[in-house]
Design a binder for this molecule. Structure first.
Ligand SMILES: [Zn+2]
Length: 359
Protein backbone atom coordinates (compact mmCIF):
# COMPACT_ATOMS: atom_id res chain seq x y z
CA UNK A 1 0.00 0.00 0.00
CA UNK A 2 1.51 3.37 -0.96
CA UNK A 3 2.20 5.65 2.00
CA UNK A 4 -0.30 8.43 2.63
CA UNK A 5 1.68 11.53 1.72
CA UNK A 6 2.12 14.11 4.45
CA UNK A 7 2.69 17.81 3.88
CA UNK A 8 4.98 18.68 6.78
CA UNK A 9 4.86 22.42 6.25
CA UNK A 10 1.10 22.73 6.32
CA UNK A 11 -0.73 24.20 9.33
CA UNK A 12 0.27 22.15 12.40
CA UNK A 13 -3.33 21.38 13.38
CA UNK A 14 -4.03 20.10 9.85
CA UNK A 15 -0.88 17.99 10.12
CA UNK A 16 -2.08 16.62 13.48
CA UNK A 17 -5.36 15.62 11.87
CA UNK A 18 -3.61 13.89 9.00
CA UNK A 19 -1.43 11.92 11.44
CA UNK A 20 -4.37 10.94 13.65
CA UNK A 21 -6.40 9.79 10.67
CA UNK A 22 -3.69 7.25 9.83
CA UNK A 23 -4.72 4.69 12.46
CA UNK A 24 -1.61 3.45 14.26
CA UNK A 25 -2.61 1.42 17.29
CA UNK A 26 0.52 -0.20 18.78
CA UNK A 27 1.71 -2.98 16.47
CA UNK A 28 0.16 -1.28 13.44
CA UNK A 29 2.62 1.61 13.03
CA UNK A 30 4.01 0.52 9.67
CA UNK A 31 1.81 2.78 7.52
CA UNK A 32 2.38 5.94 9.56
CA UNK A 33 6.09 5.17 9.84
CA UNK A 34 6.27 4.85 6.03
CA UNK A 35 4.50 8.20 5.62
CA UNK A 36 6.78 9.93 8.12
CA UNK A 37 9.95 8.43 6.66
CA UNK A 38 9.00 9.37 3.09
CA UNK A 39 8.10 12.92 4.11
CA UNK A 40 11.32 13.48 6.07
CA UNK A 41 13.55 12.07 3.32
CA UNK A 42 12.47 14.96 1.10
CA UNK A 43 14.54 17.34 3.26
CA UNK A 44 18.24 17.35 2.45
CA UNK A 45 19.19 19.00 5.77
CA UNK A 46 18.13 15.84 7.61
CA UNK A 47 19.96 12.49 7.83
CA UNK A 48 17.16 9.96 8.11
CA UNK A 49 17.58 6.50 9.67
CA UNK A 50 14.90 3.86 9.98
CA UNK A 51 14.94 1.08 12.59
CA UNK A 52 11.85 -1.16 12.26
CA UNK A 53 9.04 1.40 12.69
CA UNK A 54 11.15 4.04 14.40
CA UNK A 55 12.57 6.96 12.41
CA UNK A 56 15.41 9.22 13.45
CA UNK A 57 16.13 12.43 11.55
CA UNK A 58 19.24 14.41 12.45
CA UNK A 59 20.75 17.73 11.53
CA UNK A 60 24.55 17.73 11.30
CA UNK A 61 25.55 21.37 11.49
CA UNK A 62 28.54 20.84 13.80
CA UNK A 63 26.90 22.79 16.62
CA UNK A 64 28.42 22.35 20.07
CA UNK A 65 25.14 21.11 21.54
CA UNK A 66 22.77 18.38 20.39
CA UNK A 67 19.21 18.10 21.65
CA UNK A 68 16.89 15.13 21.21
CA UNK A 69 13.19 15.78 20.57
CA UNK A 70 11.10 12.63 20.70
CA UNK A 71 7.57 11.36 20.34
CA UNK A 72 5.85 8.02 19.90
CA UNK A 73 3.71 7.36 16.85
CA UNK A 74 1.46 4.62 18.25
CA UNK A 75 -1.82 5.05 20.11
CA UNK A 76 -4.02 2.98 22.37
CA UNK A 77 -6.93 1.20 20.58
CA UNK A 78 -9.46 3.34 18.74
CA UNK A 79 -12.78 3.71 20.58
CA UNK A 80 -15.05 4.85 17.78
CA UNK A 81 -13.13 8.14 17.89
CA UNK A 82 -11.64 8.35 14.40
CA UNK A 83 -11.60 10.15 12.05
CA UNK A 84 -10.79 13.33 13.92
CA UNK A 85 -12.99 16.42 13.88
CA UNK A 86 -12.79 19.99 15.09
CA UNK A 87 -15.14 20.66 17.99
CA UNK A 88 -15.87 23.56 20.30
CA UNK A 89 -15.83 22.35 23.91
CA UNK A 90 -16.65 24.89 26.65
CA UNK A 91 -16.04 27.69 24.16
CA UNK A 92 -12.56 26.41 23.25
CA UNK A 93 -11.69 24.93 19.88
CA UNK A 94 -10.45 21.35 20.20
CA UNK A 95 -9.25 18.70 17.83
CA UNK A 96 -11.19 15.59 18.85
CA UNK A 97 -10.20 11.97 18.29
CA UNK A 98 -7.78 9.16 19.13
CA UNK A 99 -4.19 10.32 19.27
CA UNK A 100 -4.89 14.05 19.40
CA UNK A 101 -3.49 14.22 22.96
CA UNK A 102 -1.36 11.09 23.19
CA UNK A 103 0.54 12.16 21.25
CA UNK A 104 0.19 13.01 17.58
CA UNK A 105 -0.21 16.75 18.19
CA UNK A 106 3.28 16.60 19.70
CA UNK A 107 4.49 14.52 16.76
CA UNK A 108 3.00 17.05 14.32
CA UNK A 109 4.88 19.86 16.05
CA UNK A 110 8.09 17.82 15.76
CA UNK A 111 7.56 17.04 12.08
CA UNK A 112 6.73 20.61 11.10
CA UNK A 113 9.80 21.98 12.88
CA UNK A 114 12.04 19.19 11.58
CA UNK A 115 11.08 20.19 8.05
CA UNK A 116 11.14 23.96 8.48
CA UNK A 117 14.15 24.55 10.75
CA UNK A 118 16.97 23.97 8.30
CA UNK A 119 19.48 25.80 10.52
CA UNK A 120 18.51 25.44 14.18
CA UNK A 121 20.87 26.98 16.75
CA UNK A 122 21.72 23.53 18.12
CA UNK A 123 21.93 20.21 16.32
CA UNK A 124 18.63 18.38 16.65
CA UNK A 125 17.88 14.67 16.62
CA UNK A 126 14.18 14.20 15.87
CA UNK A 127 12.97 10.80 17.09
CA UNK A 128 9.68 9.11 16.13
CA UNK A 129 9.18 5.70 17.70
CA UNK A 130 6.80 2.78 17.91
CA UNK A 131 5.28 0.59 20.65
CA UNK A 132 5.18 3.07 23.52
CA UNK A 133 1.67 2.14 24.68
CA UNK A 134 2.41 -1.55 25.21
CA UNK A 135 4.79 -3.79 27.15
CA UNK A 136 8.08 -2.03 27.84
CA UNK A 137 10.07 -4.85 26.20
CA UNK A 138 8.60 -3.79 22.81
CA UNK A 139 9.29 -0.06 23.25
CA UNK A 140 10.81 1.42 20.08
CA UNK A 141 13.05 3.80 21.99
CA UNK A 142 14.34 0.92 24.08
CA UNK A 143 15.09 -0.97 20.85
CA UNK A 144 16.85 2.07 19.37
CA UNK A 145 18.99 2.37 22.50
CA UNK A 146 20.09 -1.25 21.99
CA UNK A 147 20.52 -1.15 18.20
CA UNK A 148 21.77 2.37 17.66
CA UNK A 149 22.84 4.00 20.95
CA UNK A 150 24.89 6.47 18.88
CA UNK A 151 21.64 7.98 17.54
CA UNK A 152 20.46 8.76 21.06
CA UNK A 153 23.51 10.73 22.13
CA UNK A 154 22.79 14.28 23.15
CA UNK A 155 22.99 16.94 25.84
CA UNK A 156 19.33 17.37 26.62
CA UNK A 157 16.03 15.82 25.53
CA UNK A 158 12.45 16.95 25.16
CA UNK A 159 9.71 14.33 25.06
CA UNK A 160 6.58 15.80 23.49
CA UNK A 161 4.12 13.84 25.66
CA UNK A 162 1.06 15.86 26.72
CA UNK A 163 1.67 18.34 29.57
CA UNK A 164 -1.02 20.92 28.71
CA UNK A 165 1.84 22.82 27.04
CA UNK A 166 3.69 23.20 30.34
CA UNK A 167 7.18 22.01 31.22
CA UNK A 168 7.31 18.91 33.38
CA UNK A 169 10.79 17.90 34.43
CA UNK A 170 12.12 14.41 34.93
CA UNK A 171 9.96 11.80 36.61
CA UNK A 172 9.79 9.80 39.82
CA UNK A 173 11.12 6.27 39.86
CA UNK A 174 8.90 3.32 40.77
CA UNK A 175 9.53 0.07 42.64
CA UNK A 176 7.21 -2.76 43.62
CA UNK A 177 8.04 -5.14 46.43
CA UNK A 178 6.28 -8.14 47.94
CA UNK A 179 6.47 -8.44 51.71
CA UNK A 180 5.63 -11.90 53.01
CA UNK A 181 4.62 -13.12 56.41
CA UNK A 182 4.88 -16.73 57.50
CA UNK A 183 2.73 -18.60 60.02
CA UNK A 184 1.74 -22.16 60.87
CA UNK A 185 -1.31 -23.79 59.35
CA UNK A 186 -3.97 -25.27 61.66
CA UNK A 187 -7.69 -26.00 61.66
CA UNK A 188 -9.48 -22.84 62.74
CA UNK A 189 -11.36 -24.89 65.35
CA UNK A 190 -7.99 -25.43 67.08
CA UNK A 191 -6.46 -22.07 66.16
CA UNK A 192 -4.02 -22.14 69.12
CA UNK A 193 -2.14 -24.90 67.29
CA UNK A 194 -1.23 -22.45 64.49
CA UNK A 195 0.22 -19.02 63.85
CA UNK A 196 -1.84 -16.63 61.75
CA UNK A 197 0.16 -15.08 58.90
CA UNK A 198 -2.62 -12.63 57.99
CA UNK A 199 -2.60 -11.17 61.50
CA UNK A 200 1.13 -10.62 61.09
CA UNK A 201 0.40 -8.28 58.19
CA UNK A 202 -0.81 -5.73 60.74
CA UNK A 203 2.73 -4.61 61.48
CA UNK A 204 3.43 -4.02 57.76
CA UNK A 205 0.34 -1.84 57.47
CA UNK A 206 1.23 -0.04 60.70
CA UNK A 207 4.65 0.86 59.30
CA UNK A 208 3.00 2.13 56.10
CA UNK A 209 0.58 4.25 58.12
CA UNK A 210 3.37 5.67 60.26
CA UNK A 211 5.64 6.36 57.28
CA UNK A 212 6.14 10.04 56.70
CA UNK A 213 6.31 11.00 53.05
CA UNK A 214 9.36 12.74 51.76
CA UNK A 215 9.53 15.74 49.49
CA UNK A 216 12.86 15.78 47.74
CA UNK A 217 14.34 18.66 45.80
CA UNK A 218 16.19 17.62 42.65
CA UNK A 219 17.71 20.19 40.28
CA UNK A 220 15.38 22.85 41.66
CA UNK A 221 12.10 20.86 41.46
CA UNK A 222 10.38 19.31 44.48
CA UNK A 223 9.31 15.69 43.98
CA UNK A 224 6.68 14.16 46.25
CA UNK A 225 7.29 10.53 47.06
CA UNK A 226 4.71 7.93 48.02
CA UNK A 227 4.68 4.51 49.65
CA UNK A 228 1.50 2.47 49.46
CA UNK A 229 0.15 -1.04 49.79
CA UNK A 230 -1.46 -1.81 46.43
CA UNK A 231 -2.30 -5.54 46.74
CA UNK A 232 -2.83 -7.94 49.61
CA UNK A 233 -3.37 -11.68 49.63
CA UNK A 234 -3.35 -14.63 52.00
CA UNK A 235 -5.33 -17.60 53.21
CA UNK A 236 -6.41 -20.82 51.52
CA UNK A 237 -9.78 -21.72 53.05
CA UNK A 238 -12.34 -20.33 55.48
CA UNK A 239 -11.57 -22.92 58.14
CA UNK A 240 -7.76 -22.86 58.00
CA UNK A 241 -5.39 -20.61 59.95
CA UNK A 242 -3.29 -19.13 57.10
CA UNK A 243 0.42 -19.86 57.06
CA UNK A 244 1.32 -17.19 54.54
CA UNK A 245 0.25 -13.71 53.46
CA UNK A 246 1.67 -11.14 51.14
CA UNK A 247 1.43 -7.36 50.78
CA UNK A 248 2.56 -5.71 47.54
CA UNK A 249 3.87 -2.21 48.11
CA UNK A 250 4.56 0.42 45.45
CA UNK A 251 7.20 3.02 46.17
CA UNK A 252 7.39 6.13 43.98
CA UNK A 253 10.73 7.73 44.67
CA UNK A 254 12.51 10.94 43.74
CA UNK A 255 14.83 10.85 40.72
CA UNK A 256 17.86 11.60 42.88
CA UNK A 257 17.60 8.04 44.22
CA UNK A 258 18.92 5.03 42.32
CA UNK A 259 17.09 1.72 42.24
CA UNK A 260 19.66 0.42 44.76
CA UNK A 261 18.98 3.40 47.07
CA UNK A 262 15.24 2.76 46.85
CA UNK A 263 15.66 -0.94 47.63
CA UNK A 264 17.96 -0.25 50.58
CA UNK A 265 15.44 2.23 51.96
CA UNK A 266 12.55 -0.24 51.70
CA UNK A 267 14.57 -3.02 53.33
CA UNK A 268 15.17 -0.64 56.22
CA UNK A 269 11.51 0.37 56.49
CA UNK A 270 10.40 -3.28 56.48
CA UNK A 271 13.27 -4.67 58.50
CA UNK A 272 12.43 -8.07 59.99
CA UNK A 273 10.22 -9.01 57.06
CA UNK A 274 11.00 -10.98 53.95
CA UNK A 275 11.12 -8.44 51.09
CA UNK A 276 11.27 -9.31 47.39
CA UNK A 277 11.65 -6.67 44.64
CA UNK A 278 9.38 -7.60 41.73
CA UNK A 279 9.74 -4.59 39.46
CA UNK A 280 11.71 -1.35 39.38
CA UNK A 281 12.36 1.59 37.06
CA UNK A 282 14.65 4.45 37.96
CA UNK A 283 13.32 7.97 37.70
CA UNK A 284 14.81 10.76 35.62
CA UNK A 285 16.50 13.91 36.82
CA UNK A 286 14.95 17.01 35.27
CA UNK A 287 18.37 18.35 34.34
CA UNK A 288 17.17 21.94 34.61
CA UNK A 289 20.72 22.93 35.54
CA UNK A 290 21.87 22.01 32.01
CA UNK A 291 22.48 25.03 29.74
CA UNK A 292 20.18 23.63 27.03
CA UNK A 293 17.38 23.23 29.59
CA UNK A 294 17.94 26.70 30.97
CA UNK A 295 17.79 28.07 27.43
CA UNK A 296 14.56 26.21 26.84
CA UNK A 297 12.95 27.64 29.97
CA UNK A 298 14.21 31.12 29.17
CA UNK A 299 12.94 30.95 25.57
CA UNK A 300 9.50 29.69 26.54
CA UNK A 301 9.07 31.81 29.69
CA UNK A 302 7.35 28.81 31.32
CA UNK A 303 7.78 27.58 34.87
CA UNK A 304 8.82 23.94 35.22
CA UNK A 305 6.83 21.53 37.39
CA UNK A 306 7.86 18.06 38.51
CA UNK A 307 6.40 15.05 36.68
CA UNK A 308 5.15 12.29 38.93
CA UNK A 309 4.23 9.52 36.52
CA UNK A 310 6.94 7.41 34.91
CA UNK A 311 7.55 8.32 31.26
CA UNK A 312 10.13 7.56 28.61
CA UNK A 313 12.19 10.54 29.82
CA UNK A 314 13.64 7.93 32.18
CA UNK A 315 15.04 6.09 29.15
CA UNK A 316 16.98 9.24 28.24
CA UNK A 317 18.08 9.65 31.82
CA UNK A 318 19.39 6.06 31.82
CA UNK A 319 21.46 7.03 28.77
CA UNK A 320 22.83 10.02 30.66
CA UNK A 321 20.67 12.59 28.87
CA UNK A 322 18.54 14.82 31.12
CA UNK A 323 15.01 15.21 29.78
CA UNK A 324 11.75 17.07 30.22
CA UNK A 325 8.19 16.48 29.03
CA UNK A 326 6.61 19.24 26.98
CA UNK A 327 3.64 18.80 24.68
CA UNK A 328 0.09 19.83 23.81
CA UNK A 329 -2.97 18.28 25.42
CA UNK A 330 -4.22 17.48 28.91
CA UNK A 331 -2.64 14.20 30.06
CA UNK A 332 -5.91 13.34 31.83
CA UNK A 333 -7.52 13.11 28.37
CA UNK A 334 -4.90 10.66 27.08
CA UNK A 335 -6.50 7.25 26.37
CA UNK A 336 -10.00 8.67 27.03
CA UNK A 337 -12.84 7.90 24.63
CA UNK A 338 -13.41 11.66 24.34
CA UNK A 339 -9.70 12.37 23.77
CA UNK A 340 -9.39 15.94 22.48
CA UNK A 341 -6.71 18.59 22.40
CA UNK A 342 -7.15 22.38 22.53
CA UNK A 343 -5.79 23.64 19.21
CA UNK A 344 -4.22 26.72 20.82
CA UNK A 345 -1.91 24.40 22.79
CA UNK A 346 -0.70 22.82 19.55
CA UNK A 347 0.16 26.27 18.20
CA UNK A 348 1.79 27.40 21.46
CA UNK A 349 4.01 24.30 21.63
CA UNK A 350 5.06 24.83 18.04
CA UNK A 351 5.86 28.49 18.75
CA UNK A 352 7.78 27.70 21.96
CA UNK A 353 9.99 25.03 20.40
CA UNK A 354 10.57 27.19 17.34
CA UNK A 355 11.62 30.12 19.50
CA UNK A 356 13.98 27.97 21.54
CA UNK A 357 15.62 26.40 18.48
CA UNK A 358 16.02 29.65 16.57
CA UNK A 359 16.63 32.20 19.36
ZN1 LIG B 1 2.08 8.88 25.22
Amino acid sequence: MPAVSLNLTTDVVELTRALCDIESVSGNENAIANSIETALRAYPHLDVTRDADAIVARTSLGRGTRVLIAGHIDTVPVADNLPTRLETIDGVQHLWGRGTVDMKAGVAVQLKLAAELTEPNVDVTWIFYDHEEVDATLNGMGRLSRNRPDLLEGDFAVLCEPTSAGIEGGCNGTMRIEISTKGVKAHSARAWMGVNAIHAVEEILARLNRYSLQEVEVDGLVYKESLNAVLISGGIATNVIPDSAKVTVNYRFAPSKSIADAEAHLREVFEGFQVKVTDASAGARPGLDQPAAAAFIAATGLVARPKYGWTDVARFSALGVPAINFGPGDPNKAHADDESCPVDQIYSCEAALRKWLTA
